[in-house]
Ligand binder design. Sequence first.
Ligand code: FES
Ligand code: MG
Length: 574
Amino acid sequence: MANVKKRLRSQDWFGGRDKMGFVHRSWLRNQGYPDDWFGGKPVIGICNTWSELTPCNGHLRDLAENVKRGILEAGGVPFEFPVMSLGETIMKPTTMLFRNLASMDVEESIRANPLDGVVLMTGCDKTTPSLLMGACSVGLPTLVVSGGPMLNGKFRGGEIGSGTFNWKVKAKLDSGEFSDADLTEAEVCGSRSAGHCNTMGTASTMAVMAEALGMTLPGMASIPAADSRKKLMAQLSGRRIVEMVSEDLTPMQVLTRPAFENAIVVNAAVGGSTNLILHLLAIAGRIGVPLALEDFDRHGSQVPLLVNLKPSGQRLMEDFFYAGGLGVVMKELGALLHRDVLTVNGRTLDENYQAARCYDTTVIRPRAEPLQPAAGIAVLHGNLCEQGAVIKPSAATPALLKHRGPAVVFTSMEDYHARIDTPDLAISADSVIVLQGVGPRGYPGMPEVGNVDLPRKLVEQGVTDMVRISDGRMSGTAYGTVVLHVAPESAAGGTLALVQDGDLVELDVPARRLQLLVDDAELARRRAAWVPPAPLATRGYVKLYIDHVQQAHLGADLDLLVGSSGPVVERDSH
Ligand code: FES
Ligand code: MG
């Protein structure tokens, strides 16, 4: 049992031999809890994103039982509680609209309850950042248990990667290669076990991020949901959080500036999602670590790609686990990482990964023979993105990384869908597709639409990629020469709103430039005539979001959520 010396926060609820102590204990007794559950043991919250509407987290209710086992073994008391769960494949208009809302739920749920430490049960894309953001704004000892990826999809002798296969489904249906029955069969084969996307999409990226930050036990990120070692990891995490309470090891000690730099480096090495940028910036904002968009380029862009996983490579998360998992990457990156940072198990990153071994160099490459020499995110500047924009060069067509072409402008997703496949649309392979109105405020919620499909008539001519520019995001499973996260967004009056059909746009990724080749006087004239779009909500959370969301270069958190309020609650409930 943990040797707890200081008075526990939970004793402010359970320790009183008075009326309030009676109230806090008595109602919980209806679950049959014994006296000693209230007598000064560390109380651990299990913050669970289980939901039948979040399929990627559908196994977390069961997995929480393994966490509880570990908590009880270590002498703690577990209380599992639900928080808003964000299911990427189901929720409209986009889960990103609700990331900040979920983080508010997490923050207030942790602070308002008699907890001494928290285990965050995460999986699908936004469930990881929202829980970390909320927990950081409280600051109790915190540890992440990520639910793990699905097993590799198996379909007619081949493999299906979650998300990456979606882009092929459309082509197969369009060409008549897929019947309705084929569609149904592929559906089932693509998701044959519990877990989140099995590609290096955003969910795997977030699991990797949590581990690279030092917020999980080492080895957590790559274990498939269906592997018994995930349950073991959950149990060990339960034991560990109780020790963390007695050590008072909080996120403030783990989530330091070097830990964030590590997460950026690791993301580049695994070929992770561009969504990492927004989530890492938002988490840094909560914990109070200065982190800027430029840091992703400065620390990540020259990092070699070591992991051969879709969408940047060929394989899937199950293969990554069998090859040795994230630990191999952490070891292989050597001095590219800050190796002396503290992690939640109380040891340094270097200590944690010394024994890592690679069992398959076709999946995890040695640093001397990377898949690509420089894989990270490039941050662009120019008059088209005064506060920055991003591109993932490793997912782009090399010949398009320096490109000048005329803009074809779509003012919204609806405008895009209505016109992209019209036969008389004036568009060629050299055109630059400019999509407005898909930023945080403008959509609202900054959906994953930046990698819009090319016009069918050009695809039929054999065009496979074109430069696309927007204030939106793209799925972690997407690829193409896609400029994303343009800030300020068009709905906030960014230059993106002023682009017109035929304007020349110049993209120069080596020089980190994105320029609209229209002279300043003309831009000033257009700016003066620009009318902001009508507000898309007049009430409720969406209005709060539109009024307070920050631009992409700051992580798209609400301005009023940046920072922490700590764990103290001054007033009582009665
Ligand atoms: Fe949930 Fe990809 S849809 S992880
Ligand atoms: Mg996604």
